[in-house]
Design a protein around this ligand. Structure first.
Ligand SMILES: *Cc1c(COP(=O)(O)O)cnc(C)c1O
Length: 363
């Protein structure tokens, strides 16, 4: 068996320890004679799995008791609709446009009410986070929406926007559990698991209880109401049980690693190694304003499409996979989530150094 270093933006690398544990428990989960995939979601066994997962997540993030934790399906993309369907009481919401995912959420919200783009970084290909200290927040906005870490462009909000008292909703898909979060500052945070938390198929939503009401837009399906899932403790229907089990294992792994403070420190070290290299390189260049750089997704270019293509081909052959940038921006992108070990980033940087030496244009 040989494993590659997987720099994919998602589905992404998972901790090897977690995968091994899951393999060990595959045929016979803790003496029950079946796998987690085969057990009833109403069984004692599974109840313990989901309850432990929730308790560990609450512990890791310091989620206050006035917030619900929901395990949902439909991908992060389904939240683009669920958020307005559940929260647009006045049918007005303000969106900060910092990339494709925010744009998609914004377009979806327009199906349900008036969505305003109150700030955008589209003018410079989303290479920065706009100043959000004094935005024209709508008087009757039901919420202000951000995509906190922009997976495709590699930017992250280092300070949250001033929402002028309006509830803040954040898509944290690609920075989930990468560092400590002040949950109290948000009305809702959510993310698809497949970036930094677990396998695809699970979406985790953390919602302040006063936001979860019966009062949703007319026609909102039962399955798309937060209240349905909150009232049933995420067991209204069959949940993505195996995915939740895997997320639970990642939560325990994170606790063993020292929690989110320790992860932040580790992630900063990994990112620094790569960014420092980019900053001194004659060939490679980071594409994001330094102050807004993501710890998780690091896009970079050579400025020469042929060289980019050669880099992607040769890095793959060297066991460094999925370094191709998003199809909408080109170039390269290294996603260095929690489970990417330092050794992977070291190998990448060494490879980039060698590549630069080999391919530098002779003066
Ligand atoms: C990947 C991603 C999404 C889309 O996730 P799906 O689960 O595929 O719907 C949304 N937002 C962000 C920030 C992402 O990185």
């Amino acid at each position: 068996m040989s494993r590659i270093y997987n720099f994919s933006a998602g589905p992404a690398v998972l901790p090897e320890e977690v995968l091994k544990e899951a393999a060990d428990e595959m045929l016979d989960y803790r003496g029950c004679g079946m796998s987690v995939m085969e057990m009833s979601h109403r069984s004692k066994m599974f109840e313990e799995i989901i309850n432990t997962a929730e308790a560990d997540l609450r512990d890791l993030m310091g989620i206050p008791s006035g917030y619900k934790v929901l395990f949902l399906q439909g991908g992060a993309s389904q939240q683009f609709a669920m958020v307005p369907m559940n929260f647009m009481k006045n049918k007005v919401a303000d969106y900060i446009i910092t990339g494709q995912w925010a744009k998609k959420a914004f377009s979806e919200a327009k199906l349900y009410g008036v969505a305003n783009a109150v700030a955008s970084s589209a003018d410079k290909t989303f290479s920065y986070i706009p100043d959000c200290s004094d935005l024209p927040i709508s008087e009757n906005a039901d919420y202000v929406y951000i995509c906190e870490n922009n997976t495709i462009y590699g930017t992250k909000f280092k300070t949250l926007p001033n929402t002028k008292g309006k509830p803040l909703v954040a898509d944290i898909s690609s920075c989930f559990l990468s560092e400590p979060v002040e949950v109290e500052k948000y009305a809702m945070l959510y993310g698809g698991a497949q970036k930094n938390v677990g396998p695809a198929g699970v979406v985790i939503a953390i919602i302040r209880e006063d936001m979860i009401t019966e009062e949703v837009l007319p026609g909102t399906p039962t399955m798309l109401r937060y209240k349905t899932h909150a009232d049933a403790a995420s067991l209204y229907n069959t949940p993505p049980a195996y995915g939740i089990y895997m997320c639970g294992k990642v939560f325990q792994w994170l606790k063993r690693k020292g929690g989110l403070e320790a992860m932040k420190e580790y992630n900063e070290k990994k990112a620094k190694l790569l960014y420092d290299f980019l900053d001194q390189s004659q060939m490679f260049k980071g594409t994001v304003e330094k102050k807004d750089r993501s710890l998780m997704n690091v896009p970079f270019i050579t400025g020469d499409a042929d060289l980019d293509a050669l880099f992607i081909k040769e890095s793959k052959a060297a066991g460094l996979e999925n370094l191709k940038g998003h199809r909408s921006v080109g170039g390269m992108r290294a996603s260095i989530y929690n489970a990417m070990p330092m050794a992977g980033v070291e190998k990448l940087v060494t490879f980039m150094e060698d590549f630069e030496k080999k391919n530098c244009r002779k003066p």
